[in-house]
Design a binder for this molecule. Structure first.
Ligand SMILES: [Zn+2]
Length: 236
């Protein structure tokens, strides 16, 4: 029952009650407004709300990514794909581009999901085939949604096609360069480890560029993070 160490574990009332499936798809959504990930968690928690997703990504590290169900659990966001898809809500209107933080989190979560589940780094070739996708990919209404909608939105779909999914596909080619590693703690602090030195990454754009370049990200506890920074020569 995998849980992402880089997300805040925020189980919904449905958690543990929905049954599990073999997860072969990673499907991205927009929440439709700029309310926080925390607020979306509150919405999905209501007794009257029977839909939910596996993860929700906020606008910035100040609103940490939340995991609301174990990633094997059925998540009711994708109609016919609920048993096989990990669904990821990303805060924002369909007309908003993803922020740099959201792009980094999508890449990080996509890599994690691909390592934990049989989700290949490819665009889903069909609605019932494994890979990466977005909500209205096969029509709206269609096999992944019962209604007409524009989720996650044209701009965001372009970012998935040109930035997020190519980074996930590139990561499928293993790099032997273990000398370089990014460590990250759940609240967002990031450092680049180069041999025996550490360089805190204060700028999210730099973090995004490094993750897109294929440098592995390891999520660690705050204690371990501080310990690594203390034990390496910092260039901060
Ligand atoms: Zn959606």
């Amino acid at each position: 029952m995998p849980r992402d160490p880089g997300s805040l574990w925020s189980p919904l009332p449905e958690s543990g009650k929905q049954g599990t499936g073999i997860k072969t798809q990673f499907i991205v959504h927009s929440t439709g407004d700029r309310g926080s990930a925390k607020a979306i968690f509150g919405y999905f928690s209501r007794a009257a709300v029977v839909v939910e997703s596996t993860f929700v990504i906020g606008l910035s590290p100040a609103d940490p990514t939340r995991q609301m169900l174990d990633s094997s659990e059925v998540a009711d966001a994708n109609l016919k794909a609920n048993t096989r898809a990990i669904s990821v809500e990303v805060v924002g209107a369909a007309t908003d581009p993803f922020t740099d933080w959201q792009i980094s989190e999508l890449i990080r979560l996509g890599r994690w999901a691909g390592a934990q589940h049989p989700i290949p780094a490819q665009i889903c070739p069909a609605w019932d085939q494994p890979g990466l996708g977005w909500h209205v990919m096969f029509g709206a209404p269609g096999p992944w949604t019962p209604v007409a909608k524009d989720c996650p939105g044209k701009t965001r779909i372009d970012q998935l096609k040109t930035i997020v999914f190519p980074a996930l596909m590139a990561a499928a080619t293993p790099s032997e360069d273990d000398d370089m590693l990014l460590i990250r703690q759940p609240r967002g602090d990031v450092a680049l480890i180069l041999g025996d030195r550490s360089i805190p990454i204060g700028n999210i754009n730099d973090y995004t560029a490094l993750t897109q370049a294929g440098i592995k990200v390891v999520t660690v506890t705050p204690d371990l993070y501080n310990g690594i920074i203390a034990s390496t020569g910092s260039e901060g």
